[in-house]
Design a protein around this ligand. Structure first.
Ligand code: SF4
Ligand code: SF4
Length: 125
């Protein structure tokens, strides 16, 4: 009994282990693998990212008609719903076009929003 009260009092005045998310947040460590960033100008359309992906989350697709003149090849479209954030696509990308960021705010009720097109459609923003 004494032990329980001692433990209770000890924890009552200790700094909490948890934070008041989303008002507060803990720092995300280096190397965390979250949402992808993609720089289309660095991409050479080699398709290695798609081939290495164990979950078949990456498909090389053409861009929208309005951007096709500037970007005539095919580029990675990423389905975050299938991704396990292994980071293999980043590791294999020879130009550094594809990187995983620290963004982990990926929960959504809209299944379409987990598809990352090579060029973001501003009309859907
Ligand atoms: S992080 Fe892994 S699972 Fe996700 S898209 Fe890249 S290779 Fe595929
Ligand atoms: S993102 Fe990288 S690995 Fe994927 S097609 Fe472009 S250059 Fe190749």
């Amino acid at each position: 009994m004494f032990g329980t009260i001692h433990e209770l009092l000890r924890n009552l005045f200790k700094k909490p282990m948890t934070v008041r998310f989303p008002l507060e947040s803990i720092p995300i460590p280096e190397g965390y693998r979250g949402e992808h960033s993609f720089e289309i100008d660095k991409c050479m359309s080699c398709g290695l990212c798609s081939r290495v992906c164990p979950n078949r989350a990456i498909e090389l697709v053409e861009v929208q008609k309005k951007d096709k003149e500037k970007y005539p090849k095919t580029y990675p479209r990423i389905d975050l719903g299938k991704c396990c954030f292994c980071g293999l696509c980043e590791d294999i990308c020879p130009t550094g076009a594809l990187k995983l960021t620290k963004n982990f705010f990926l929960s959504t009720f809209d299944s379409k929003s987990v598809i990352k097109e090579p060029i973001k459609d501003e009309n859907l923003a």
